[in-house]
Design a protein around this ligand. Structure first.
Ligand SMILES: [Mn+2]
Length: 319
């Protein structure tokens, strides 16, 4: 039996489908949800696409981006609830301080994070795929479902951004084959790269300048930190941090890059990136985070400054 058969059999009879993705959504969260959502709509299904953070400014260019709605306090009825690109149920943002804010039970958990906790009634977890958008493309291809330009565009953005423009670990011949299929279906690589990489806001640029000033290098470790005050001073939004952590790896000899965001409420967000030697997903998991071998994250609800020290110590030891 083909790996996708069970998923195709579950989706085929469904008349209404809800798609969910993770907090602080990225190009793959939006791209995989829009790509699958537009395809299921073309198949005649009623589709709602919800994200707890709604649509960010950066991805407003996506075709039919207006279909991405902020997750309501109560989900409407649907035959299937599908979580996309989300490694833990908590990252769906449906729970606040351990109290459910949304009535939800995930029917299918579709993801490529190796650290996926396996929540939901059924799972389709494929860590060999560098993007959830790639899983959706292979699903559509296997099922022989429609792949119109808008669908291809959404999926291409997921693939482009999650592979770091086709160079992150896990990028292989299959990835380029997927890109080729999407471009053949109408995705425009030049226009989409422009939207994704030459489109940052002046506030984001200001924040990045601040992060540049704060970089510290300790052998193979690079790290930088921003505080809530930095965000206020720059008039920056949470999403304006995109690309900061990758900067640390551009320095030769750096193996591991860490970006710390100290929050106004005392929390801490940690983003980790590595070259080949270090598996940052393993490091993140020890602090309750997760991700991929080359890109991972951790969230702390409190004791931000102290936890930053703990993580830094752990990173130094790992090197
Ligand atoms: Mn992803």
């Amino acid at each position: 039996m083909h790996a996708y058969d069970e998923l195709i059999r579950a989706l085929t009879p469904a008349r209404s489908v809800i798609l969910l993705s993770h907090l602080r959504p990225d190009g793959d969260a939006y791209g995989s949800a829009l790509g699958l959502g537009l395809c299921l709509r073309a198949l005649g299904k009623a589709v709602r696409i919800f994200n707890r953070d709604g649509l960010s400014q950066t991805y407003r260019f996506l075709p039919h981006a207006e279909l991405i709605e902020r997750t309501p306090a109560r989900l409407p009825e649907a035959d299937l609830i599908i979580a996309l690109d989300t490694s833990t149920e908590e990252r769906l943002g449906l729970v606040d301080s351990l109290k459910p804010v949304v009535n939800v039970s995930v029917d299918w958990n579709i993801d490529h994070h190796v650290s996926n906790t396996g929540y939901g009634r059924r799972q389709f977890i494929t860590p060999s795929q560098p993007a959830t958008a790639g899983i959706i493309l292979d699903l559509i291809t296997t099922a022989n479902w429609p792949l119109m330009t808008d669908i291809a565009t959404a999926l291409y953005v997921g693939l482009l951004t999650d592979t770091g423009s086709f160079h992150h670990r896990g990028t292989n011949a299959h990835t380029f084959d997927q890109a080729a299929r999407l471009v053949a279906a109408g995705a425009d690589p030049t226009a989409l790269a422009r939207h994704c990489y030459q489109n940052i806001s002046p506030t984001s640029f200001k924040l990045q300048q601040r992060a540049w000033t704060n970089w510290q290098f300790e052998g193979a470790l690079a790290h930088t930190t921003l505080t809530a005050q930095d965000f206020t001073d720059c008039g920056a939004l949470p999403e304006d941090t995109e690309g900061i952590v990758e900067t640390g790896l551009t320095v030769s000899g750096t193996e591991l890059s860490a970006f710390f965001e100290l929050k106004a409420d005392g929390g801490l967000k940690v983003s980790l990136r590595s070259k080949d030697a270090i598996n940052v997903s393993d490091l993140a998991v020890t602090f309750g985070g997760g991700g991929h071998p080359g890109a991972a994250g951790i969230g702390f609800k409190q004791d931000g400054a102290a936890n930053r020290q703990l993580v830094l110590d752990k990173l130094r030891k790992a090197l």
